[in-house]
Write a protein that binds this ligand. Structure first.
Ligand code: TXE
Length: 478
């Protein structure tokens, strides 16, 4: 498989002709190559985006709607191909890509196709003086940089509102999972998407990503990825006063009170801990359990975790491979750290070696750890793998204090049947998203993003449309 850049409507190699290998993590083998692009390729993409901008930004809503819908339908008509590619590239089970990643990528495009038609602007009458109205205009050329955990899902989460708002785009998918973004570029060609409006440049973050961020002609950056990278991007954008939206890591608390619906909580907590091998920024990695039900929780949780199946993502397993060998070693390193910090591994804790074709794949057993203080590194740093910690608490105040004790503030889940308590805790938690008695229910109209080191700004619904537009107030004297 030879993945190519998509620049000015054409599939191209990197100008340098350099390539990078791309690995299927479930078998641990190279399956293809992607262009090792650099600033020269980014330059071409930016020039194409500049040229395409005047026509794209004045397109009628209906025309833009039709084109974005065609992209969505183009993915849908090749569903199996996208599902297989996403699973092969990332290691996630095919059923998960089929139920979640690819349908959600389609929804992102459909949702923002329609959102741009309904995106309101305000007007304010200033008594006796005149009328203000707000224009929300395209920014120009924007950069979208996305990670490997939910490859097409997050890629489209950025490019869809960027395009819908009338911008042209230079996008960079993760070099670890480039396949479905490449397939999307073939859909663009199939449906005759206007050239230069969307450009996809593959390659390393330090070359391609950085070149997009540093170029002054790129007027805004929407980034999802690690906090360390996010900080570097933020610093560069600050120098240029460039608009930036950052969706970064999390260390999300899952707070379980003794008055919860135990069965519902248990089934959901298994999912919120280990879906996508724990590689979702919204996974609940720190599980706080009220002391009164701690033992009951622990026994039942371990029983359920031990029933999870791991292995070949093409089969009906619960848990597939983690994304790469490096990432596997990072996660295993954290498990070692847990032991050094005095934690007890209740289940898991090792690399898993399946039989057959996947024996060289990068699998880790779902791992549950107890006995660690809430301030130790393991409970402060993002692991981003199938590893959770159990932490007992006494009171509501105690739970809130520990939940808020990390530098992150992305998402939180609260389990209680007491509605007053649910509201109290929800308003006291430092996080951009709170779920009560559920996890990862996403309505695309709602604001999405994190506090503290989990990011800056909000995406989703009109928040994303606002990010991708420049706001201008016009005042007309009576
Ligand atoms: O992500 P990076 P990495 C967390 C998770 C993970 C850690 C590191 O904890 O272990 O981050 O993962 C591009 N300028 N999350 O290193 O590097 C890169 O090519 C511009 C959380 O794989 O942040 C890719 O396209 N771009 C997370 C994208 O940034 C740069 C999802 C993300 O990669 C760049 C992923 C640079 N200097 C990891 N350097 C979440 N919040 O969902 C890299 N990139």
């Amino acid at each position: 498989m030879t993945i190519k850049n998509y620049i000015n409507g054409e599939l191209r190699d990197a100008l340098s002709n350099k390539i990078i290998n791309v690995v299927n993590p479930s078998i641990g083998k190279v399956y293809g190559t992607l262009p090792d692009s650099d600033s020269q390729d980014v330059m071409l993409a930016i020039e194409a985006a500049i040229e395409a901008l005047p026509a794209w930004k004045i397109l009628s809503f209906e025309q833009r709607f039709d084109l974005l819908l065609k992209l969505a339908n183009g993915i849908e008509s090749r569903m199996n191909e996208f599902v297989e590619a996403e699973s092969m590239d990332n290691g996630k089970p095919e059923w998960l890509a089929a139920q979640s990643d690819i349908p959600r990528a389609i929804s992102n495009l459909k949702f923002f196709a329609s959102a741009q038609m309904n995106f309101p602007s305000e007007s304010h009458h200033t008594p006796n003086q005149g009328l203000n109205y707000t224009l929300r205009q395209p920014i120009g050329v924007v950069g979208c940089i996305s990670p490997w955990n939910l490859p097409l899902y997050l890629f489209t989460w950025k490019i869809a509102p960027a395009l819908a708002a009338g911008n042209t785009v230079v996008a960079k998918p993760s070099e670890i999972t480039p396949y479905t973004a490449y397939l999307l570029s073939t859909v663009c060609i199939e449906i005759g998407f206007p050239k230069g409006v969307l450009n996809i440049v593959h390659g390393l973050g330090a070359k391609v990503g950085q070149a997009i961020v540093e170029d002054k002609r790129v007027k805004a950056i929407a980034f999802t990825g690690g906090t360390v990278t996010g900080r570097a991007i933020n610093i560069e954008c600050a120098k240029q006063f460039k608009k930036v939206s950052l969706e970064l890591g999390g260390k999300n608390p899952n707070i379980i009170f003794d008055d919860c619906d135990f069965e519902d909580m248990m089934a959901t907590t298994v999912r919120s801990s280990f879906t996508n091998q724990g590689q979702i920024c919204l996974c609940g990695s720190r599980i706080f359990i009220q002391k009164t039900i701690y033992t009951q929780f622990k026994e039942e949780f371990i029983t359920r975790i031990n029933q999870l199946t791991i292995g070949d993502p093409k089969t009906n397993v619960n848990i597939g491979a983690v994304v790469s060998e490096d990432h596997m070693h990072k996660i295993l390193g954290y498990i070692e750290l847990a032991k050094e910090e005095g934690g007890t591994i209740l289940t898991g804790g090792k690399r898993y070696i399946p039989e057959g074709e996947c024996r060289d794949g990068f699998f880790i057993e779902p791992t549950v750890i107890e006995g660690l203080g809430h301030l130790c590194r393991l409970n402060q740093e993002e692991i981003f793998g199938p590893v959770v910690t159990l932490i007992p608490f006494d009171t509501e105040e105690n739970a809130i204090e520990m939940a808020n004790s990390t530098p992150y503030g992305l998402a939180c889940t609260i389990w209680t049947e007491n509605v007053k308590k649910a509201h109290r805790v929800a308003q006291s938690i430092d996080s951009g998203i709170v779920w009560v008695n559920t996890w990862m229910v996403r309505d695309l109209r709602t604001p999405f993003g994190g506090m503290k080191e989990s990011g800056i700004g909000r995406e989703g619904g009109f928040e994303a449309m606002r990010f991708f537009t420049e706001t201008k107030n016009v005042f007309i004297k009576y």
